[in-house]
Design a protein around this ligand. Structure first.
Ligand code: BGC
Length: 876
């Protein structure tokens, strides 16, 4: 029997084993803390409701001292003004303090770093408790799209797909599923949500987060956090901050001015804090010359003093470089081990180099959150049972709501009439469902149907539905070797080592892909003396995609593509049995095999009334993409198939934006991202029109690799000499396309419904709290129910422009997701908050209301002229 797949943490990487490898000390703290002062932004901003805005002790002292301190109070109060149902923070202080008084130094230090879990459930992190005082251990599990433990869990659609629904209420429901399931699966802390913005289309983790847009991301993260914590699981908003790429992620030094940071990336974190997030994870990268996990500017000035965060800050995995530096900066907990916060911390306190009060402060913060969420209750609250059925229902709802129809020529979709009865289903992900992305976000579902089966079942018994793989992802058995040896299912006994050498003879020069599938330690395979699957350095070894890295039966997979000359080649294989024995196989795909797969697909496409072609792109944590084109042989496949059948719908299972050199040849394109365990059902429902495609793009799709906000300047991406400048400023995502006048392939906010909608009778007027109310009518002019997502884009403030404050030409200021029956009309009011109407003023050190006459439009996307109006924004 092959081992079960390795869903626990990162394959091969110790999860709760506490990697204590010491690191080089980090750079000194930035001498550039973010300002705490804020100007009076107009009465509209002072939305502080009784008791919600809590000031840190330092802020209170500053306020009492007057001057800058008073301004800090304003900023802080504003930071917490949107606080939701967060419990009164002060209430937990006493229990935490009571425990603190009884803890020894060793026990306190033990609460501030991870350690090996004696009863690991396969989760990423563990912090031992203090049994003598009834403090239970903490188990911390990834990740954003499901609870990542050993064994299976509900695999929800990737957050980028949730975001496509433009529905904060759905984000809360998603959070509740994560929260309940996390508790049920023995966890206390969720290492999610990720709220870093999509800044470059290449970033490997774009699927784990929401959007390029600060407002949308902020709305969604706040509701998701509320959902998770309503179930008693601590939410950890990550990765704080400016962690927008995987390339050089441990070392890249991001330079973003305060205005850029506060108006873009920081907004989501601020919203998560206001929603009561219990924990924040400090990122790997540097910001302004200092590692984020050691940045007082981020962890103290912004997070605690400006926003009033009262939870605890943990490091990303192995992201701590100093002991005193990190603790003083505001990092409370090191994960997953104790290289800096274990013995070095204890010794430094004993030697008087670090005051014990600094340790107490960190312990108090972590205990207070645990108390607030009931994790210190005695006796401990019973954990709920897993509710897999409701998790599956929500997964289906999100995958349908986020399904984004990008193109639909000649009403190719939904499939009806002959097109619904004669279908060629093509592509590897039609038969191996693409469920979940790679890296720490990967979740292994209880079950996931194959899209091909779902389509065949929906089409019915009278229909002809055929499948062709189109591109072979997992390889076929090798051609005969001399001497004969079958490498397609080799079992190696525990403790044994299996070795063979044989000759592979190729008749002509060709491009080959070799693949090894294995259940234990990766076999060593050499071809003509060169190692085919070497162990890679660093994180690259641990992270692989969510689709390509495991065979359908769960064996780990590595692959390599190379050109082979005609003739004899020596293949040598050595496989260790390890302690449990293992199963492995060596496979290959030749250029001739590739051509045969395309030819088979073309044969099916030619005789079918319609084609549904599943295309993939497999991103993962630990690496950025190097191209926006679909990988592998997919372009050739799409071109060959569309040449014989133009009624082709391409279903995309991709992490993020892809370029589509082949777009004009297709009839329809449906973006399904990584749709989770119910992807087959959701895709089928949308293809056949049982559900309206409810998603809209939360990131702009560029027309080409050189036409997007981070193209053309290595200082902007991926950085030069270790430094990366966010020189696009506040013009992230769709704002950049508008400013530069560059047409994207598909704009932010774009997505087609099967119905059609009219927007009418627009009025904009000053609203509550200094904001603006935008009222309009939405009418379903189609003959079927459908989803509309009107978006409100707001033009610049002339008054801020006069003060020299850079502003987006237009920014997303509000939106509403609506489901309307055929012919139904609805009057809608969308409130644009004072914060959304404000810009960061460096002179003031805070947000300033953007007063004056401002244009706005209700539109279908960032590029749609929409229905226009103007509004006079006044302070007070
Ligand atoms: C990732 C985090 C994750 C952690 C634990 C890190 O490599 O950046 O997002 O939560 O590992 O798995």
């Amino acid at each position: 029997m092959p081992d079960e797949p390795t869903p626990s943490a990162h394959p091969g990487r110790p999860s709760t084993e506490g990697a204590d490898t010491p690191r080089a000390p980090g750079a000194p703290d930035a001498a550039d803390p973010a300002p705490v002062a804020a100007g009076a932004p107009g009465r509209g901003h002072a939305r502080v409701r009784g008791g919600r805005g809590r000031l840190s002790r330092r802020a209170v002292l500053l306020a009492l001292a007057g001057g800058g301190g008073a301004a800090a109070t304003v900023a802080l109060a504003r930071g917490t003004a949107h606080a939701g149902p967060r419990a009164a923070p002060g209430a937990s202080g006493s229990r935490a303090d009571g425990l603190l008084a009884r803890l020894t130094l060793d026990e306190k230090v033990g609460l501030l770093h991870g350690a090996p879990d004696p009863a690991s459930l396969g989760q990423a992190g563990y912090v031992p408790g203090v049994p003598r005082l009834g403090i239970p251990p903490l188990r911390l599990a990834d990740g954003p799209a499901g609870i990542r433990v050993r064994g299976t869990a509900t695999a929800l659609p990737a957050p980028v797909m949730l975001a496509a629904a433009f529905d904060p209420g759905l984000a809360r429901a998603y959070g509740r599923v994560l929260g309940r399931e996390g508790r049920a699966l023995g966890q206390d802390v969720l290492l999610a949500p990720m709220v870093n913005l999509i800044r470059t289309p290449y970033a490997g983790r774009n699927f784990e987060t929401f959007s390029e847009d600060p407002l949308l991301s902020a709305d969604l993260v706040a509701e998701l956090v509320r959902g998770v914590q309503a179930e008693g699981l601590v939410a950890t908003v990550k990765h704080f901050a400016l962690n927008n790429q995987e390339r050089d992620r441990d070392s890249v030094d991001v330079r973003a001015d305060d205005q850029t940071a506060h108006e873009t990336e920081l907004r989501g974190f601020e919203a998560a804090v206001a929603a009561g997030a219990g924990a924040v994870m400090a990122a790997y990268n540097k910001v302004g010359g200092v590692h984020a996990a050691e940045s007082a500017a981020l962890l103290t000035t912004v997070l605690r003093e400006r926003w009033g965060f009262d939870g605890w800050v943990m490091s990303d995995w192995d992201a701590v470089h100093t002991t005193a530096g990190a603790l003083t900066a505001g990092l409370d907990m090191e994960m997953p081990g104790g290289a800096r916060y274990g013995a070095p911390l204890r010794d430094a306190v004993r030697a008087g180099r670090i005051p014990e009060a600094a340790v107490d402060r960190a312990v108090r913060r972590a205990l207070a959150v645990r108390d607030r969420l009931g994790l210190l209750d005695q006796p401990p609250a019973a954990r709920p049972a897993r509710d897999a059925a409701s998790g599956a229902r929500l997964a289906l709802r999100v995958a349908t709501a986020g399904a984004t129809l990008l193109r639909n020529e000649g009403a190719a979709l939904p499939l009806t009439g002959p097109a619904a009865r004669s279908i060629a289903v093509i592509g590897p992900t039609a038969s191996v469902p693409f469920v979940s992305g790679g890296g720490s976000a990967h979740v292994v579902p209880d079950a996931a149907a194959r899209p091909f089966d779902a389509i065949r079942a929906r089409a019915g018994a009278d229909a002809t539905v055929a499948h062709a793989v189109g591109e072979d992802l997992f390889g076929r058995p090798l051609p005969p070797l001399v001497p004969a040896v079958d490498l397609d299912a080799v079992r190696v006994a525990a403790g044994a080592t299996w070795s063979r050498t044989a000759t592979l003879t190729t008749a002509e020069a060709d491009e080959w892909t070799f693949l090894v599938h294995y259940s234990g330690t990766r076999p060593t395979v050499t071809l003509d003396g060169a190692e085919l699957f070497p162990v890679r350095q660093g994180v690259a070894e641990f992270f692989a995609g969510g689709l390509l890295a495991a065979a359908p039966d769960g064996l780990a997979v590595r692959r390599v593509t190379l050109r082979l000359a005609a003739g004899d080649h020596t293949l040598a294989v050595t496989a260790p049995g390890g302690t449990d024995g293992q199963l492995f196989r060596l496979r290959a795909v030749s250029g001739a095999d590739r051509a045969a797969d395309v030819a088979e697909a073309v044969g099916h496409a030619r005789v079918a009334a319609a084609v549904v072609l599943f295309a993939y792109e497999d991103a993962t944590e630990g690496q950025d993409r190097t191209s926006l084109a679909l990988p592998g042989n997919q372009r050739d496949l799409i071109e060959a198939v569309t040449a014989v059948n133009p009624r082709t719908t391409v279903v995309l299972n991709t992490s993020s934006a892809v370029t589509m050199e082949w777009l004009d040849r297709t009839a329809a394109v449906l973006q399904m991202y990584y749709p989770g365990q119910e992807g087959a059902a959701a895709t089928t429902a949308v293809l056949f029109g049982d559900a309206d495609p409810g998603g809209r793009l939360t990131q702009t799709f560029p027309a080409a690799e050189d036409r997007h906000p981070t193209a053309g300047d290595p200082r902007r991406y991926p950085g030069r000499d270790g430094i990366e400048e966010y020189s696009e400023g506040v013009h992230i995502g769709h704002r950049w396309y508008e400013k530069e006048g560059i047409a994207p392939l598909f704009p932010f906010g774009h997505g087609l419904s099967y119905a059609s909608f009219a927007h009418e009778d627009l009025i904009a007027a000053p609203g509550e709290g200094g904001g603006v109310d935008v009222t309009f009518t939405v009418r379903n002019t189609g003959d079927r129910p459908g989803v509309d997502v009107p978006q409100i884009y707001l033009g610049a403030s002339p008054d801020l422009a006069a003060r020299g404050i850079d502003q987006p030409r237009s920014l997303l200021a509000g939106y509403r997701r609506l489901e309307l029956a055929a012919g139904e009309r609805r009057r809608v009011t969308v409130h644009l908050t004072a914060r959304t109407l404000s810009s960061w003023s460096t002179a003031v050190g805070g947000f300033v209301l953007g007063t004056g006459r401002r244009a706005l439009r209700v539109a279908r996307s960032a590029a749609d002229p929409g229905l226009r109006a103007t509004v006079e924004v006044r302070s007070g």
